[in-house]
Design a protein. Structure first.
Length: 159
């Protein structure tokens, strides 16, 4: 049992994640971490319909995900972990769970956010959170898809 990708993507499960990342990494389990999605039946159903055959999907709250990940209760042999929100990663690190690396792949435009790159829009809270994750020793990188280059998030945190 191995986590092959930990990603922040506000769209969670969508075509690019399931057809490109999951296939390329031979994923057989996806864990989506979002308090909102875990309690929204429409979100759950939509994601369940988007997952290809052979990929086991778990949609968990942050607390549930902490229990799963910190105790290695993975059901698959190659697991992809997807956070909807960056602050949920920070919460997990605060609880004691620390991924080796974190792919930032989908943080989109919202009021108060500045666009740094395609699918990378940040406000000061995001920048502070990313700095904290980097300072904690996590390899945080920006990469929208496997076909684009992998860049250290540090490039976007310099003031």
């Amino acid at each position: 049992m191995k986590i092959v990708l930990t990603r922040v993507d506000e769209r969670m499960i969508h075509g690019q994640v399931m057809t490109v990342w999951a296939r390329l990494l031979s994923v057989d389990e996806a864990i989506v971490i979002s308090d909102y999605a875990a309690h929204d039946e429409l979100q759950r159903t939509t994601m369940e319909l988007s997952v290809p055959a052979g990929v086991d999907l778990t949609i968990a709250t942050v607390d549930e995900a902490y229990e799963i990940l910190s105790h290695a209760k993975l059901r698959g042999s190659r697991t992809m972990v997807i956070f909807k929100e960056l602050h949920d990663v920070v919460s997990m690190v605060g609880k004691g769970y620390k991924p080796e690396s974190l792919n930032i792949g989908g943080m989109y435009r919202k009021p108060g956010k500045t666009e740094y790159a395609k699918a990378l829009c940040l406000d000061q809270h995001d920048i502070d959170d990313l700095k904290m994750l980097v300072d904690s020793g996590i390899d945080v990188f920006y990469q929208v898809s496997p076909m684009t280059g992998k860049e250290s998030i540090k490039k976007y945190l310099q003031s």
